[in-house]
Each structure stands twice: as structure tokens, then as C-alpha cells.
Design a protein around this ligand. Structure first.
Ligand code: ADP
Ligand code: MG
Length: 440
């Protein structure tokens, strides 16, 4: 097994198969500002020990004081590690400026012998290109350096401030054992004070292996809906879709699902883009529920500042932390807006649904539709097939009055003859009324 040096960030290490390749050359490629310096410092601090310190070499293109000034603002930066010599910063800029590449080799050779570092970062490699008289001289330097590094059994990190195309042409690309590209690509990441955080793309491949879809039906806790569904309630552990126009009661239905679920011993999460906690508290209180200290948890984000990949993981983390059995997403169109890309959105929803279903967690997906009356199709971005139960809420005009109506469009693959029931929202919850005949 090839040994790896971890970054300390579980998700990043996961997509790097454990971290940097040990005793090898790891190239970090990315345009200026993409986070190479932070990522490499994170690796340095995480892996530095008294016996095998981390050596951080700056060059002309990344002056040492700039690296330090910025590095010190990060949580990973450990002053004690620097004071005690576990992490050592050195400036190659001077050597490079005066004497060129040959003396760089001599200087690095000296550091390797004196300090015996377990990890050596060069930030950045571009400066070496600039001082090389021609490509032959650069290649000679490159092989000399590779020899030195492999002889001393150290893990090298070379930061290369190139874009994808430039990186392919760079000679160091050919000698690198591993390449980490910081780019607009597979996995989203964010640089914060906590360091380099990555959100692995949630695109689970379709998992064909069979799993027990719960054949259990249990009450949703929404009386009107349970009555219409009959036979004990909804398919728990599966997804339910609730669609309807604004103000019809979708969010309330979600809250009933969660608070009644909590009363039955199933913790829940409302993942919402619609209301904040204060607003939700007020609504909950009108039904006699308390948010604080309850087993209903709120993940409230605004669609404008949401970072979809980060949000997915916040949700998954919260599910793990709260041991949630019921999740309400309010609403799918908001997630769609945040995802910006329909393919990513579908991929994301598919993965999430599959994960939750396998874990036996019930999800209610709320969809807001623009039509107030006589809805015939749900514009749900082709996701209703993910739901075992689809519930439609709509307004019906009865003379001068506007009534609310509820229809179950399908339960588990079976579409059945839809019956339209009137319902009312009272302080007791959703109260079922007569069957309405919608002949128009
Ligand atoms: N405690 C309550 N009792 C009765 N009706 C309520 C109560 N709280 C809210 N409502 C009604 O529910 C409706 C809002 O439902 P809501 O779930 O926010 O709609 P949606 O999410 O579909 O836009 C409003 O018409 C409001 O009058
Ligand atoms: Mg709502």
C-alpha cells in the first residue's frame, strides 16, 4: 500500500485517496489565488513532527513575508510549531536572485541534509522557470532536484501557478507523481480561516445492489393526509413530494410532519430557503409547538448566499448529528435556483434521495407551483419519480369562497384515480373535508 500524508480535512483526504503521495512529488496546480499556498501550508502543519519537520521554501514569485502574513491568519497556522522548529520557513528568493539554478540545488541539498524534513514545499515553482537560461538548463535542474528529493525520502509539494493548458506544457508536470488541480471542476471548495475545505461532488453512481425499501407505512402526523392515504399512512423511509401554490399550506404541512414525527420519537430537520428561524418559531407557536429544545431542527439558508455543495454537506452533517429520521426540504425550486445547473441539481437530488432511502430516512420535498387552480402537471424538474407518494395541494373556487383541496396523485409507483378532498387548516392542524367533484 502506498502511504499518504493527510491534509487533516476528512473530505479532502477522501477525494485524494488519503492525501499526498508519501516520498513522492506532488504538484499543486492552479491559477494565482486558487488556494495553493493555503493548501500546502495545511499539509505542512498537519504532517510536521519534531523528528521530521516540514520545510516551507518560498521563491521570488511568492515572497516569504507575504506567505507568512497570510498564513498566520489561518487556524492551521501553529506558532508553537514554528517556534519549536517543526515547521521551518526559508526564503530561496535571495539565492535564486543572486546565483541562479545551480545554487538552488546546493541550497536545497544543504537543507535536506541539515533538517531531514519529512515534507518540503516549494512555493512557487514558477520562479525557477524565470531564471532558467533555456529549457535544457531547466530540465537539468529539474532532474537534479528530483534526484535530491528521492535520495532523501521526503514528500515534495510543488506549487505551480498555471492554468490547465500551461500546466500540461510545463516540464514539472512530467516528473510529478501526483497532481492536484485547483480548478473549476469536479469538486467545489472554499477557502476560509479554517483552511482549505472541499465538498466532494455528490454524484453517487446508481447503486444497483438491492436494499430493503421499507414496506412499512406509518402516520405522517398530518391527519387529513393520513386519512386520504389510508392503510396506516405513508411509505416511511421513502420520499414524499408535496406540490402546490403559495400560501396553500405546504410549509405548515412540513412542520406538522416534523413536529408530529418528533412526538413519535423521530427527530427531524427542516431544510428551508423560505423562512428564517424567527418566522418559523412564530408559526410553530401558533400550533403550540416549541422549536427550542425540541427534536425539530432548522437548517435555514437564503437562496442568494447559498453555496449548494456546502449546503448538502451541512444537511448530511446535521442528519448525522441529530439522528434525524424525517427531513423536509422547502423547497425544491430553491435548491434548483441555488444549483444553477439542472444536471447538477438532478444528480444532487438523486444522490440525496438514494442515500436517505437506504438509511430509511423519510424525506418530504416541497414544490411550489405557479398555478393556483386546476393543476394538471407538476413542474417538478422531473423528480416526482423519486417520490413514493405525491401530494397535490390546490385552491378551488366555490362561489365567492376559496377553499383548499388535497389530492394524492400516487403512492408507491401506483397512480390511482385521484380524489380531490377539501381540507381546512385550523389550530388543530389539517382537517379533512368533503370530496369535491372537479368537473370542468
Ligand atoms: N395556526 C394557524 N392556524 C390556521 N391557519 C394558519 C395557521 N398558521 C398559518 N396558517 C395559514 O396557513 C397559510 C400559510 O401556509 P404555508 O404553509 O406558509 O403556505 P405555503 O408554504 O404553501 O406557501 C396561511 O394562509 C395562513 O393563514
Ligand atoms: Mg412555504
Amino acid at each position: 500500500m502506498i502511504e499518504r500524508l493527510p491534509s487533516g480535512n476528512a473530505r479532502l483526504d477522501e477525494i485524494l485517496n488519503g492525501g499526498l503521495l508519501k516520498n513522492a512529488i506532488n504538484l499543486i496546480v492552479g491559477v494565482p489565488g486558487s488556494g495553493k499556498t493555503i493548501l500546502s501550508q495545511q499539509f505542512a502543519f498537519r504532517n510536521a513532527t519534531a523528528e521530521q519537520p516540514a520545510l516551507y521554501l518560498s521563491t521570488l514569485s511568492e515572497p516569504l513575508d507575504k506567505i507568512l502574513r497570510f498564513g498566520e491568519t489561518l487556524d492551521v497556522f501553529d506558532h508553537e510549531a514554528v517556534r519549536e522548529g517543526r515547521v521551518i520557513y526559508e526564503d530561496l528568493g535571495q539565492v535564486l536572485g543572486d546565483d541562479g539554478l545551480d545554487n538552488i540545488l546546493t541550497a536545497i541539498d544543504g537543507y535536506l541534509k541539515d533538517l531531514r524534513p519529512g515534507i518540503v514545499v516549494i512555493d512557487s515553482f514558477r520562479a525557477f522557470h524565470a531564471v532558467a537560461s533555456d529549457t535544457t538548463a531547466f530540465r537539468r535542474f529539474l532532474y537534479g532536484l528530483t534526484r535530491l528529493l528521492s535520495a532523501s525520502a521526503t514528500t515534495a509539494v510543488w506549487n505551480a501557478p498555471y492554468n490547465r493548458d500551461q500546466a500540461l506544457d510545463a516540464a514539472e508536470f512530467a516528473v510529478a507523481d501526483s497532481i492536484i488541480a485547483l480548478d473549476v471542476g469536479e469538486h467545489a471548495y472554499r477557502i476560509t480561516q479554517a483552511g482549505f475545505e472541499v465538498f466532494p461532488r455528490l454524484a453517487d453512481v446508481y447503486d444497483g445492489s438491492g436494499y430493503e425499501l421499507s414496506s412499512e407505512r406509518s402516520p405522517t402526523g398530518i391527519e387529513a393526509l393520513d386519512q386520504v392515504l389510508g392503510k396506516g399512512g405513508y411509505w416511511s423511509g421513502a420520499a414524499t413530494m408535496v406540490a402546490g401554490p403559495s400560501g396553500i399550506g405546504k410549509t405548515l404541512m412540513g412542520l406538522h410532519f416534523l413536529f408530529r414525527g418528533a412526538e413519535m420519537g423521530e427527530p427531524g430537520i427542516l431544510a428551508t430557503f423560505q423562512e428564517n428561524e424567527t418566522q418559523l418559531k412564530r408559526v410553530a407557536e401558533s400550533f403550540g409547538w416549541k422549536l427550542d429544545g425540541s427534536d425539530v431542527h432548522i437548517l435555514s439558508r437564503s437562496v442568494v448566499d447559498i453555496y449548494i455543495d456546502e449546503w448538502v454537506y451541512q444537511l448530511l452533517d446535521l442528519i448525522e448529528k441529530t439522528k434525524a429520521r424525517r427531513i423536509v426540504i422547502d423547497s425544491l425550486p430553491d435548491v434548483m435556483t441555488a444549483a444553477a445547473d439542472p444536471t447538477r441539481f438532478r444528480e444532487w437530488m438523486f444522490s440525496l434521495t438514494q442515500r436517505l432511502e437506504r438509511a430509511g430516512i423519510s424525506m418530504m420535498m416541497i414544490v411550489e407551483v405557479p398555478e393556483l387552480f386546476q393543476l394538471r402537471r407538476i413542474s417538478e424538474q422531473g423528480l416526482s419519480h423519486l417520490a413514493a407518494t405525491v401530494v397535490l395541494l390546490q385552491y378551488v373556487q366555490e362561489g365567492p369562497e376559496l377553499a383548499r383541496a388535497l389530492t394524492v396523485l400516487k403512492t408507491r409507483a401506483m397512480h390511482h384515480h385521484p380524489v380531490v378532498h377539501r381540507y381546512e387548516i385550523t389550530e388543530k392542524g389539517f382537517v379533512l373535508g368533503d370530496v369535491l367533484s372537479l368537473t370542468r
